[in-house]
Design a protein around this ligand. Structure first.
Ligand code: SER
Length: 320
């Protein structure tokens, strides 16, 4: 077992639940302290220590770090793109203040490492859309994207000025069956599987030809742990890394689902999230992550669809 003691903030979110469970397998259940402002997620119950903690409450965070002898922190608490557009000030405050505060705490408490997620939302409509490069035009158009890009710059600044070992990935849309997504523009790619099994049809809030970069959660969790475990000299960018796996449209995802559920049907009623998606890349060039610390994805659309449907059938108790 590894010796680090880990604090996860936002452990009840879509990434947090699965990351907590994966880290507990590596570091030992009692060495991973899961926290969130919410009640404990059912999937975390019984798997290790859980505390309610507000990612904005610096004093409580410092006390928790001292109490448990924490050496690494994963800060996952955030408002995502669609929620952020409804509550711009709140999104900016939560996304930015929680990071800035943690960067300062990490100096005071001499943390070994911090993980903080970024997103494809840092890019905007002036960015080249295909195979979007690690370094390119960056003019985010959502509050979420602005907060993530500003956060990347702060991470780089704290690394250069204070030597804080902070690591970050620009997540694409993440697709998972265990824990629920919340408030994102890419959430359709999760909802569609639930509705395919429950109702046999789905009304999509993005248009049929909206291509976006996507990744299966198994890959995302593995990549997150891999970047955190890579030797520091391999982390050549202290801005976040482009992090890719696949790109598809709602129409293509529907075709993949139809190979399992031939009668599945979809219709389209694009809403305000279409504008958000229109500003984002359609595919990502993640050569830097692949070259610097060996990133390699395993899931494509077909393999992910098979896994999503077989796991959700059990979860939703759908008869085969
Ligand atoms: N999945 C996120 C969102 O849609 C992108 O980082 O907001």
């Amino acid at each position: 077992m590894k010796q680090d003691k880990i604090l996860i903030m936002g452990a009840c979110g879509q990434i947090g639940v699965e990351l907590t469970l994966a880290l507990r397998k590596i570091y030992g259940d009692s060495n991973v302290i899961a926290t969130d402002i919410r009640e404990e997620h059912t999937l975390l119950k019984g798997s290790g220590p859980y505390e309610q903690l507000d990612a904005m409450d610096g004093e409580a965070i410092t006390a928790t770090i001292k109490k448990h002898g924490i050496t690494q922190v994963y800060l996952l608490a955030a408002l995502l793109s669609a929620t952020g557009e409804k509550m711009p000030n709140k999104a900016w405050n939560i996304n930015m203040q929680s990071l800035l505060q943690l960067l300062d705490i990490s100096i005071q408490e001499k943390l070994h490492k911090i993980y903080w997620p970024s997103s494809i939302a840092i890019f905007g409509s002036t960015t080249p859309k295909q195979e979007t490069a690690q370094k390119t035009i960056v003019e985010p158009e959502t509050v979420y994207g602005i907060s993530k890009y500003a956060g990347e710059l702060w991470c780089q600044y704290y690394n250069k000025r204070w030597g804080v070992d902070v690591r970050s990935l620009r997540y694409p849309g993440l697709i998972s069956w265990k824990s629920e997504p919340g408030g994102g523009t890419t959430d359709y790619a999760v909802d569609i599987y639930y509705e395919a099994l429950k109702a046999g049809k789905y009304t999509c809030f993005l248009s049929e030809d909206t291509y976006l970069p996507m990744m299966y959660m198994d890959d995302a969790i593995r990549g997150t742990i891999e970047i955190m475990e890579a030797p520091a000299e391999q982390i050549k960018s202290r801005m976040a890394y482009n992090f890719g796996a696949m790109s598809f449209s709602p129409k293509e995802l529907t075709e993949a689902i139809k190979t399992h559920i031939p009668d599945f049907s979809i219709d389209y009623q694009p809403d305000f999230r279409q504008d958000i998606a229109n500003g984002w890349p359609q595919s990502i060039d993640d050569a830097a992550a692949r070259n610097d610390w060996g990133w390699a994805h395993k899931y494509d659309v077909a393999k992910m669809t098979e896994s999503m449907l077989s796991n959700l059938k059990v979860k939703l108790q759908v008869p085969s």
